[in-house]
Design a protein around this ligand. Structure first.
Ligand SMILES: [Zn+2]
Length: 424
């Protein structure tokens, strides 16, 4: 007996056409895809004309465990992921303690088996304690199953440390995933440095704090042959450098967040820390550069950088509150509404940035619907319109500038490894 999804549509990735297909899942695999499949002997789910896409993959999620369980846990973070249509998340190592040893990775993987609602992979830290000094035992971390290395939350300040990390990562065949931020330039900034920060009298973080590191690490990737992945790219010059590096055959990939695609610093009034994020919301020029780069393939994928904080933390003044937004539960409808419905991007293209592309870049399961592939599936109701309401979130975090926005195209069913993990 399998699980049969009847009466749904699949997207032809080449033509963008919707084609009517039944999908049969058995155990954790896609058993069959056909125009019609005999329902006898199977448990049936009527998909009723909705769209069946691969389960979403987010390569940049803060699950906050261990150490910050008051912000999020593996249970709540992966429940939020399932509600957002995600079958797979990759979690960041800037926890307390940092995920910088085999034991810590094992702890996360064991916890995910016990309380997780989607597949969970982890990055290992590049440096011990994310202090930027001593490299972790990257070989042991690979053995423990990490999918890459990052000190996300902070940039690796010393170029020589990054060079050695890339040499190791290249040997191990895993990517170095960078939070590009030069601390000497970022200083104590709390928003993008520019006209708006000057008007508000708030200390700014210049775009060069990001682009200087992207440039440095592209050159190091060229030198070492490592695969460099740029996290949450937000600066127009950084985007231009990734485009250049790709044209030179340097192994660089990049992700962008929904907020850097849709928001700018113009919208910040300096009173609400739910608008405070790192890298900061930048200018319209930067936003357009990110969007164009997503469309032309310079930016490979969309990642939410889901970063939950408590209400109390985000109630602090703009300068002292922590950086970060939640994003898992509404990323797809948000971008469907603002990019697909407005004609900026095709539906097939958007789905690819949530599925096929991250799977390919990071060698993760899922990402395409084909017989024999993992049964990781999301069903979307493209006509369903809801308000983004933090009170309904499964995440412990409520911190989002998109609160109250009405958006369309919500996930209504998520399946991971053949198991229903969310049903609206
Ligand atoms: Zn980061």
């Amino acid at each position: 007996m399998g699980l049969l999804l009847t009466g749904g549509y699949l997207l032809d990735q080449r033509t963008g056409e919707k084609v009517r297909r039944d999908v049969l899942l058995e155990d954790d695999r896609i058993q069959r895809i056909a125009e019609t499949i005999d329902p006898v002997g199977h448990e049936c789910i009527a998909v009723n004309g909705h769209l069946i896409v691969p389960g979403f993959i987010d390569v940049h999620v803060h699950l906050r465990t261990p150490g910050f369980e008051y912000k999020e846990t593996i249970a709540t973070g992966t429940k939020a992921a399932a509600r957002g249509g995600y079958s797979t998340v990759v979690c960041m190592p800037n926890t307390r303690p940092v995920l910088d040893s085999k034991e810590m990775i094992q702890f996360v993987y064991d916890s995910a088996v016990k309380e997780g609602n989607c597949r969970v992979f982890a990055y290992g830290a590049i440096t011990k304690g994310e202090l930027g000094e001593e490299l972790t035992d990257m070989h042991a971390l690979k053995e423990a199953g990490v999918v890459g290395f990052t000190d996300d939350g902070v940039g690796v300040q010393e170029a020589a440390v990054m060079r050695r990390a890339m040499e190791q990562a290249a040997e191990l065949g895993l990517p170095i995933v960078i939070h590009a931020e030069d601390e000497s330039l970022a200083g104590n900034g709390c928003m993008n440095e520019g006209e708006v920060s000057r008007r508000l009298g708030l200390p700014g973080i210049p775009g060069t704090a990001e682009s200087v590191h992207v440039a440095r690490d592209i050159l190091l990737a060229k030198q070492t042959g490592a695969h460099l992945h740029v996290c949450h790219i937000s600066d127009a010059d950084a985007v231009e450098m990734v485009r250049f590096a790709k044209s030179q055959g340097i192994r660089v990939t990049a992700e962008v967040t929904p907020h850097h695609l849709l928001l700018t610093d113009e919208q910040i009034d300096g009173t609400d820390a739910n608008w405070k994020v790192n890298p900061p919301l930048r200018t319209e020029r930067d936003r357009i550069a990110c969007l164009e780069a997503l469309l032309d393939g310079t930016i490979d994928m969309i990642a939410t950088d889901h970063a939950p904080h408590t209400k109390e933390e985000k109630a602090k003044p703009f300068q002292t509150a922590p950086f970060g937004f939640v994003g898992l539960e509404f990323a797809f409808p948000l971008l469907y509404t603002h990019l697909v419905e407005t004609g900026k991007m095709s539906l097939a293209q958007l789905v690819e940035k949530f599925t096929t592309s991250p799977a390919k870049v990071f060698g993760l399961p899922g990402g395409t619907l084909a017989e024999g592939n993992p049964a990781d599936i999301t069903i979307l109701d493209l006509s369903q319109e809801n308000v983004i309401d933090p009170n309904t979130f499964a995440s412990k975090g409520r911190n989002t500038p998109f609160k109250g926005m009405k958006v369309k195209g919500w996930p209504i069913l998520t399946i991971t490894a053949g198991t229903i993990t969310y049903r609206a």
